[in-house]
Design a protein around this ligand. Structure first.
Ligand SMILES: [Zn+2]
Length: 159
């Protein structure tokens, strides 16, 4: 059996050995081709799987991160809104609470001041004010309202 190239001119058609060689070569090429095609198909399938899975993961990750951000923003809004309510009540309490002589700071008799009665419904208010004042004194973030006397009077103390 020769190892020569099947390209041998006119003898090719009439030489059964060469025809066999051609057939073998073609079969080999076909197998190589089939193998290459199979590898390509595997690769394409792998890429397709990746493409199918990856966007889902990316979307999931993005979605998760966005939801976490939204939840954080919502929590921040809720926190600020609660702080705003505390601040408003705190300011009202600065004007309406019992002074020493049975009177309200506003000048009315304490028992007759409706604002002082309302402020009295919120015992957590004094605690909140004291906490904020302590944070302020420790140079931490605090939520005392801008007009709070503690911010201008160093001798101010919570009661
Ligand atoms: Zn009052």
């Amino acid at each position: 059996m020769t190892t020569a190239s099947p390209h041998q001119g006119m003898t090719l058609r009439s030489d059964p050995e060469h025809i066999q060689l051609w057939q073998k070569l073609l079969a080999d090429r076909q197998r190589e081709h089939d193998k290459a095609v199979a590898q390509l198909r595997d690769r394409i399938a792998a890429l397709e799987r990746e493409l199918h899975e990856r966007p889902e993961k990316v979307v999931e990750r993005w979605h998760g991160a966005a939801e976490i951000e939204a939840a954080k923003a919502e929590a921040q809004r809720a926190f600020r809104s609660r702080q705003n309510a505390w601040q408003a009540l705190c300011e009202i309490r600065l004007l309406h609470r019992e002074a020493s002589d049975g009177r309200c700071r506003c000048g009315k008799r304490y028992a007759d001041c409706p604002e002082a009665q309302i402020v009295g419904y919120y015992p957590g208010l004094a605690k909140w004010e004291k906490e904020q004042w302590e944070r302020y004194r420790n140079y931490e973030d605090h939520a005392l309202p801008d007009r709070h006397p503690a911010l201008t009077n160093p001798r101010w103390r919570p009661d």
